[in-house]
Ligand binder design. Sequence first.
Ligand code: TXA
Ligand code: MG
Length: 317
Amino acid sequence: MSAELLPPDAAGLARAAEMLRDGGLVAFPTETVYGLGADATSDRAVARVFEAKGRPRFNPLIIHLPDIAAARRVARFGDAAERLADAFWPGALTLVLPLRPEAGLSPLVSAGLPTVALRVPDHPMAQGLLAAFGGPVVGPSANPSGSVSPTRAAHVLAGLGDRIAAVVDGGPCAVGVESTIVGTDPAPTLLRPGGLPVEAIEACLGAPLASRGAEAGVTAPGQLSSHYAPGAQVVLEASTPPSGALWLGFGPGCDGATLNLSPSGDLVEAAANLFHALRELDARAAPGQPIAVAPVPDHGLGRAINDRLRRAAAPRD
Ligand code: TXA
Ligand code: MG
């Protein structure tokens, strides 16, 4: 059976909330990417998320909450976490904080870790769904594990349409890359660059973020090298059109590019276009034809864009 496409209105959200209460999986729009929603307190519902995504069980899930008050009931906030939540929620920031075991989340959510990843999304449909459901909602990106995250309802249907109950159609996601993930224990640490620029976080804290050393080991596929991968081979730093390849441009110097992430060189626009462009080129590529990508500056949202591009280009297992 294929997923229902629900309209972005009160009736659609009420139906989506009812499906969540029944233990069903409902994809929903956020400002970053579409999330795969399920009742975070239900083992059965959370287990279905892992199954639908083909996601390894050691990889924990993000929880979506309506506001910081609800988040404080699920995790313990220190000073840095309070300051970041106050500055950037609702928004494209996920905080990894010590889990309150009494919060009643399914233990599958945090995959045995003593921490939990929390986000308060800044999207009226995500907020509407959280209000209609009235509890914490898990929300990994709504794509099969290892593939490109969805930024439109059609992307969700293409990847998971036969494995979920419904998707709330909120149109294209404004930010287009996943949230920035920050842990605070023992010091504020960047776990994944994303839709909130690192520079803004560091300005808020008045100090640079630590970054997770490679020796810390892999705790998340988002940190595995091959991830966000389209089917075609991806080649980076292509400042001239390589013969035989499709060319994904960035900025004004890319005449002849097959697609351009942002003809004016705007990183915010490029982030919003990134995943749709990768899907589009993947669909257009002839068998064996690579996708070459122009250089993207490594600041602001460029950090998240380059992170996702490097993973898309990494050797496959
Ligand atoms: O923007 C986003 O964050 C989207 C939207 C839908 O909210 N969600 C998203 O979820 O990207 P997901 O599951 O695809 O990526 C979340 C990442 C994963 O790499 C996961 O391993 C990591 O967060 N994560 C979750 N809980 C964690 C924890 N306790 N410690 C460290 N990393 C954690
Ligand atoms: Mg993901």
